[in-house]
Write a protein that binds this ligand. Structure first.
Ligand SMILES: C[S@@+](CC[C@H](N)C(=O)[O-])C[C@H]1O[C@@H](n2cnc3c(N)ncnc32)[C@H](O)[C@@H]1O
Length: 226
């Protein structure tokens, strides 16, 4: 049987998945993560879903190529593919932007009743994602950073529970703030550099915006001076 190799980013996501989970991976694309999970982590059931025919066809081909027989591929929009009888307890969404992720969660919120673990790798707006998922009754239990092709990805694991994070924790990530992993400085410095580029281009009439971004950069710098 063909051995599966996955990217560093997907491997980090897989490392966050609990054994014996019942998983839905929304936006699976090639389903390589799900096939890896099926082969390397003891999971009871994995639904790999995607909205496009191309992705679903490729996912089915890969599942059969690698013989990942507990991966079921379904076509559909977001969480609409999940049935009550699936008894899914873990949701993975990776490689999408925060607005899309937020809309997927909002549109089928009832599916979350059974879900106690959510693992997210959003390409944008990690603070917004943390805030939204914290507001709907989950809190951050694990976070990690991974750098691939010069991009730093943030991976966040949530568990159901009513622990509320502070504004600062939602912004930087409660676990990232506590552990300050080696890529944390680089992630925050990248944000400071982006802000500086915006500040330089802002016309003088936007003085208030300029000023608030300068203050923001001072606060960001404070977090990486250790
Ligand atoms: C960039 S790929 C990410 C693939 C994989 N999750 C990863 O992290 O490598 C995003 C995938 O999400 C799918 N997608 C976008 N919106 C979706 C939705 N509303 N429901 C299901 N899949 C969606 C796209 O078709 C695409 O295959």
């Amino acid at each position: 049987m063909t051995k599966i190799n996955i990217s560093k980013r997907l491997k980090k996501i897989a490392d966050m998945v609990d054994k014996e989970s019942m998983i839905i991976d929304v936006g699976c694309d090639h389903a390589l993560l799900d096939i890896y999970l099926s082969k390397n982590v003891l999971n009871k059931k994995i639904i790999a879903s995607d909205i496009t025919d191309g992705a679903v066809n490729q996912a089915r081909k890969n599942v059969s190529l690698y013989g990942a027989f507990n991966v079921e591929v379904r076509k559909g929009d977001g969480l609409e593919v999940v049935k009550e009888t699936d008894h899914i307890n873990t949701l993975i969404i990776s490689g999408l932007g925060n607005q899309k992720i937020e809309s997927i969660l909002k549109r089928n919120i009832q599916v979350l009743n059974d879900i106690d673990t959510i693992i997210i790798q959003s390409n944008t707006g990690y603070d917004k994602i943390r805030k939204q998922i914290n507001n709907i009754g989950y809190y951050v239990v694990d976070e990690c950073l991974v750098k691939e092709r010069n991009i730093i990805y943030v991976i966040i694991k949530f568990k159901k529970g009513n622990i509320k994070h502070s504004k600062k924790e939602l912004y930087f990530g409660p676990i990232l703030l506590k552990n300050k992993p080696s890529l944390f400085k680089e992630l925050v410095q990248n944000e400071i550099n982006n802000n500086n580029n915006i500040i330089k281009k802002l016309p003088n009439k936007n003085l208030l915006k300029k000023f608030s971004m300068i203050i923001k950069n001072i606060l960001l710098k404070k977090e990486i001076h250790y």
